[in-house]
Design a binder for this molecule. Sequence first.
Ligand code: SIN
Ligand code: MN
Length: 206
Amino acid sequence: MARIPKPLPDGVLHWPGFYPREAQEALLADIRAGVANAPLFTPTMPRTGKPLSVRMTNFGTLGWVTDKDGGYRYQPRHPVTGEFWPPIPDELLRLWRDLFLDEQPPQACLVNFYTDDAKMGLHQDSDETNRAAPVLSVSLGNACLFRIGGNLRNDPTQSFRLESGDVMALTGPARDAFHGVDRIYADTNDLLKDGGRLNVTLRRVT
Ligand code: SIN
Ligand code: MN
């Protein structure tokens, strides 16, 4: 018998299958165009310099970066090319506007690329000075197991799948919730020809 799904914590919004395949392809084309100007780079952990398993880049006026010497931060330019980040794709700005009528527009669009063996440890999004605005994300490509907890690292967590075309938001009481990506499910989607998963995350920073 199917299990009854557990309700998500207050403020965690999930729209499964928000974008149909054609819209996913269009969004992917927008992202590829941006990545052509702002190539994916390998971020490293503050202090240890250990590389993260995801590669990333950004669109928008501010991009989130991390490296050994500078730590976690937002900055207006790509750390490798020194160029300003490309603009956030119109479709993503429209999505934000449609969902969050009263919010100021997002300043940062973090692009995370996961190979099928990449993951992201449990963390809070806490480098924004504006912690009232929601965090909005779109998933493309292979599915992942997404983990979400509470505002304290040791709060209980629950996990659910994010599939290609899903939209998710951390709002209100869940804005500062710990979250991470436990694993990618290889061969669950063919949007990305070489596998892996792309996630874009929109944030208001200031
Ligand atoms: C993130 O927390 O930066 C990414 C989350 C995700 O890949 O779904
Ligand atoms: Mn995050």
